[in-house]
Design a protein around this ligand. Sequence first.
Ligand SMILES: *Cc1c(COP(=O)(O)O)cnc(C)c1O
Length: 410
Amino acid sequence: MASKLRGTDLIHGDNIAGSIPNEVAPSISVSTTFRQPKPSGVDTVSAVDLRNPSRHVYSRYTQSISTRAEHILGRINDGYALTYSSGLAAAYAALVFFKPKRIAISGGYHGCHATIEVYKKARGADIPIIDIEDDFQGGDLCWLETPLNPTGESRDIGHYAEKESRAVHKVGGKLLVDATFGPPPLQYPFKFGADCVFHSATKYFGGHSDLLGGVLIVKSLESWNSLISDRIFLGSVMGSLEAWLLLRSLRTLHLRVPRQSETATSLAQWLNAVAKTPAGQNIEGVPGGIIEKVWHSSLQPVDSRGFDPRTQMEGGWNATFAMLLKDPEHARHLPHLLKYFVPATSLGGVESLVEQRLQSDPGADPRLIRLSIGVEEFEDLKNDLKAALILLAQVCAFSFCRHTPVTRIF
Ligand SMILES: *Cc1c(COP(=O)(O)O)cnc(C)c1O
């Protein structure tokens, strides 16, 4: 298995046999339908190989650019990839594919829980939701998100897949990994026993906050064929323009993600040092007592089962993580005191984003801040956070803290 994300694959992995056009960059084609060949006896729709189409028929089936993007995504993830109109469209397709009797899911991105509810309603069946720590049984689908939204902490894929007698593979269940927070080269979930890897391509694969997309990667061509025959009739294909943006973005995945990972790790470490500074003291001019806690895979200790996130995150730590402030008012205002971090939800783009998680997840702790680190300079991002934290602390020092809502001051 590939353990490294190869730029060569990202640049040339879509040179499908016989498909090398003379243009260097792909044209944008928005055609939904394609001219049929002259009668030759065998060339009907059902004769077209959907994975390596010799021609396209209708863009709900296949289209040149999304096919090329899928070849690259399959290659870099060590499997067979299919794209969808959004992450949640891919999540729904995964449920249709696995048809689980029960679903084990705990925490993580709230939207996936909502998609599961929609699926349950559509099935009209009783599909119990269990905790990932419960005992599994045949027909279960373990839906494991790692690194986990919003904290960015890692979960031990191997443990849930096969490490002990209650693991899902031991009883005939399946394991899906939502790896959105950990794209290649950070982690490769198939190495630890995933049956299906799921990504919101809106995040790191897209990488520029300008496309919605989802990806499922499976281990066999047979599974891929089943997914694509469902997708044709679910109708949840990526738009042609979005697929074009995705292919363009994949070319630089190996440059963006390691850079984002490195900067995020340095920032998480620094913010953790601020969190460890007691009130009344300061670190590099930033007073302690504002940040309660910082979460990041790099700060995660080896757990009681012996899981060391380092073994799973082989290509670097995640570039999205969270911190808990002491004061919810501070958390409400911090995103708007920053110069380079954009106050917005989502993650994975070249620009750094920050949000009080409560703004997009109604279940979140109001003190929680999520940070998605882009490709800016570490020093600029650090100084940006530093200035904002100092400002918040000054507001506190003038005794407004907890008495006057910060709204009145800014
Ligand atoms: C964003 C996200 C999704 C959903 O993806 P969309 O592209 O927004 O539909 C699923 N899982 C995680 C972890 C995400 O961050």
